[in-house]
Design a protein around this ligand. Structure first.
Ligand code: CA
Ligand code: CA
Length: 290
């Protein structure tokens, strides 16, 4: 791939797609064909251009990789007319379609539509396979054992709708009532926002169980916060409160454990939240957030 083509490919991928695409409309055939054939591997550095890590931090690629669910971009093709069918975002999944949108000879891969491009990835990341029916970044991603192995904006953790617009809470339900001695919070992106934990007695009354400064400092890439609690009742419903406005960025939670008096850690079976980034999947006709 020549330097010029690399630049075009990268521009297309980092959100300057419109300008490139406009150019592509006039000299459409060659540019499109070359974009398809140029196998842009983000795992390899692009000489003289933005480092792969920075590329992955961009808005478009983040969406296109479904928050890190897919890796190793094979190619991107511009098919703006697919918006009418696939809306502005679609995690289509694996496809072996060899021809699409006027392009042919396409290898198989995981297809994601972020208007106006299809991005096709070679791999699905390990551990990113959400539990059946779980939405990327939904509160349900905070149930079960920790499954987000690395720090980062990954869809196997819960994320609120907006990064800093309001303070947030995440409510977790456990299989049976236990008398907890500690809460263990696995934060995998922008940690440090924990401010309070409440627990429900019987069915309704919420009681403060912990309050203070998050033991994982803001600015860490990830952290496991162990919060000692002292309650004189059994509970199976707890709520962690995040000072999201104070700690910049999406304060994402991978899992929340409840430690009983025997030292056994229980993981949540259900979760709800004040808001979630996942709600876009329930309303695909809405404009994609971010
Ligand atoms: Ca925040
Ligand atoms: Ca998780």
């Amino acid at each position: 791939m020549t330097r010029k083509l690399q630049i075009l490919a990268v521009l297309a991928l980092i959100g300057c797609a419109t300008a490139v695409a406009a150019q592509g409309e006039s000299s459409a055939g060659p540019l499109r064909t070359r974009l398809v054939r140029s196998s842009l591997r983000l795992t390899q550095p692009l000489p003289g251009l933005t480092e792969p890590a920075e590329l992955l931090a961009t808005d478009t690629l983040r969406r296109a990789s479904v928050g890190g669910k897919y890796r190793t971009l094979l190619f991107a093709i511009r098919v703006p007319q697919d918006q009418s069918t696939y809306t502005s975002f679609s995690d289509y999944g694996h496809s072996e379609t060899p021809a699409w949108g006027g392009f042919s000879g396409l290898p198989g891969g995981y297809w994601v539509y972020v208007y106006p491009h299809w991005y096709v990835w070679r791999d699905q990341a390990n551990g990113a396979a959400a539990p059946s029916g779980a939405r990327s970044w939904g509160p349900e991603q905070a149930t079960g054992e920790p499954d987000t192995e690395t720090a980062g904006d990954l869809s196997t953790a819960w994320a609120s709708l907006t990064p800093d617009d309001q303070d947030e809470w995440l409510q977790l339900e456990y299989e049976r009532p236990i008398r907890p001695v500690a809460v263990i919070v696995h934060a995998t992106f922008n940690p440090g926002a924990l401010g309070r934990v409440t627990m429900s007695r019987a069915d309704t009354e919420e009681v403060d169980a912990w309050k203070g400064a998050d033991p994982t400092p803001a600015g860490s890439d990830k952290g496991v916060s162990i919060l000692p609690v002292k309650v004189d009742f059994e509970t199976k419903l707890i709520k962690i409160h995040l000072d999201s406005k104070r700690v910049e960025g999406w304060n994402e939670i991978d899992a929340v454990g409840l430690v009983d008096q025997m030292g056994k850690t229980h993981w949540a079976v259900r979760a709800t939240a004040s808001s979630t980034y996942a709600s876009q999947e329930e309303a695909p006709d809405r404009e994609v957030r971010r």
